[in-house]
Write a protein that binds this ligand. Structure first.
Ligand code: UDX
Ligand code: UDX
Length: 452
């Protein structure tokens, strides 16, 4: 059995590494048009930071896991082709700002049609709008020379920062396919791949459209919980309730559950906003404006939460941050990843720069060039934005610290030492509620948490 995966990103790389680890009899080839990225996968410094990933790659690379730019060769050789290219929100034309941009999916389908030389199973790993499988099938049917393909949907539910654990023991694996004899056989082939390590009762099979839609809906429900608790955080700040106490109290109800109730500066990541907007677009397309509005409010609430955080900083610093130094702790969209896509930190830094603050960012994993490019745009410079190599250096002489990512190291800093090095009075805005605010207040900090 030979598998190839087109797209060596945050999803394709770790997922294929896990298949290679658990199914040593399967040859896995990960290909990407980005040669620098492939070179990084073949080096000691992998292109993405993910706890445990180095170890899995070390065990499998060169054995039954290979990274290369030979997309055509990999397609020819493979029995199963995973498609894990990115599907960003469209930035132009019809559906701009909402619909998914499917040009990479389409071009990959054409490449497969052109270079495949026999029957293949094509697996959609990328998150895509419902009915994309039909597009892939149409393109292949129109271009293939005498061979057929089966298209399956197999969305990935891993979360960044815990990808290896999530892949090792997934809550479920979802496989959607056509309920025809050919479709059923393809589903079974993919089930057998996962059954190398995933208990059979956790592998769910559905029709194609249910599978495609489930991914969007899962992300929308998760994000909705965060926007819900974040909306309540504003009410807590107004009333004196503590949002963590409220979350704990409601989360004990087994019908609600305790996960994904952490109030924060706002959710980020490549998926939540993109997938909800995608769902919104689908609903509008199918004439369901009420449903579209309902889900869109989850994104609106998240935008408001990010703005609310920066406004609170400005308000608390006597309504002006002009020329004040603000240390931003954390830039990744969550801890244990170097991914910054849609990170709340981007919005917060931009808001503060717009108020003419001097912003110093420290993140343990995100390179300085990435931080600058994300906040200012590629190649742009702003003397007010700088990047420090430690939390201590970032805080030196600062008027305030804003915690934006919940990196563990921020919990264990010597805040007495930091306090002494700062401009007085000094404030901490804990956008993740990870610090003991009472202790910090005792040191002398002015403290502000989310929903506190
Ligand atoms: C994934 C999913 O595919 C996306 O749908 C989901 O919503 C988020 O996670 P991710 O792995 O994070 O995307 O994307 P990225 O890290 O950008 O990787 C995609 C890779 O595909 C890139 O390395 C890019 O170079 C490659 N690519 C893209 C190709 O090889 N060919 C193309 O035509 C387009
Ligand atoms: C998400 C889904 O969890 C995953 O199943 C899907 O495959 C991809 O999208 P990811 O974006 O990698 O994964 O991370 P996730 O842990 O879901 O966090 C997303 C954002 O929500 C982060 O910015 C995180 O900090 C924030 N978050 C999460 C909160 O603010 N509060 C919470 O309670 C949980």
């Amino acid at each position: 059995m030979k598998i190839c995966c087109i797209g060596a990103g945050y999803v394709g790389g770790p997922t294929m590494a896990m298949i290679a680890l658990k199914a040593p009899g399967i040859e896995v080839r990960v290909v990407d048009m980005n040669a620098a990225r492939i070179a990084a996968w073949n080096s000691d410094t992998l292109p993405i930071y993910e706890p445990g990933l180095d170890d899995v790659v070390r065990q499998t690379r060169g054995r039954n896991l290979h990274f290369s730019t030979d997309i055509h060769g990999a397609i020819k050789a493979a029995d199963i082709i995973f498609v894990a290219v990115n599907t960003p929100t469209k930035t132009y034309g019809v559906g701009m700002g909402r619909a998914a941009d499917l040009r990479f999916i389409e071009s990959v389908a054409r490449t497969i049609a052109e270079h495949a030389n026999g029957t293949k199973i094509i697996v959609e790993k990328s998150t895509i709008p419902v009915k994309t499988a039909e597009t892939i099938k149409d393109i292949i049917a129109a271009n293939a020379r005498g061979w057929k393909c089966e298209v399956l949907s197999n969305p990935e539910f891993l979360a960044e920062g815990t990808a290896i654990a999530d892949l090792q023991m997934p809550d479920r694996v979802l496989i959607g396919g056509e309920r025809t004899p050919g479709g059923e056989a393809a589903i079974q082939t993919l089930v057998d791949v996962y059954a190398h390590w995933v208990p059979r009762d956790r592998i769910i099979t559905t029709n194609l459209w249910s599978s495609e839609l489930s991914k969007l809906v899962a992300n929308a429900f998760l994000a909705q919980r965060i926007s819900s608790i974040n909306s309540i955080s504003a009410l807590c700040e107004a009333t004196g309730a503590d949002v963590d106490e409220v979350a704990n109290a409601i989360g004990k109800d087994s019908r609600i559950g305790s996960k994904f109730l952490k109030a924060s500066v706002g959710f980020g990541g490549s998926c939540f906003q993109k997938d909800i907007l995608n769902l919104v677009y689908l609903c509008e397309h199918f004439g369901l404006p009420e449903v579209a509005n309902y889900w869109e409010s989850v994104v609106r609430m998240n935008d408001w939460q990010k703005r609310r955080f920066s406004s609170r900083i400005v308000r608390s610093l006597f309504n002006t941050v002009a020329e004040k130094k603000i240390a931003v702790f954390g830039f990744a969209f969550k801890k244990d990843t170097n991914d910054t896509r849609e990170s709340a930190a981007i919005a917060v830094c931009r808001d503060l720069l717009a108020e003419q603050a001097r912003v110093v960012v420290y993140d343990p994993k995100v390179p300085a060039a990435e931080i600058r490019a994300d906040v200012l745009g590629k190649g742009a410079e702003d003397p007010r934005l700088s990047v420090a190599t430690s939390a201590y250096a970032a805080a030196e002489g600062a008027h305030a610290i804003a915690i934006v990512t919940e990196w563990d190291e921020f919990r264990h800093l010597d805040y007495e030492k930091i306090f002494k090095s700062m401009h007085q009075p000094s404030s901490i805005f804990d956008g993740r509620n990870i610090l003991d605010l009472k202790k910090l207040a005792a040191i002398g900090f002015r403290v502000h948490g989310i929903g506190k």
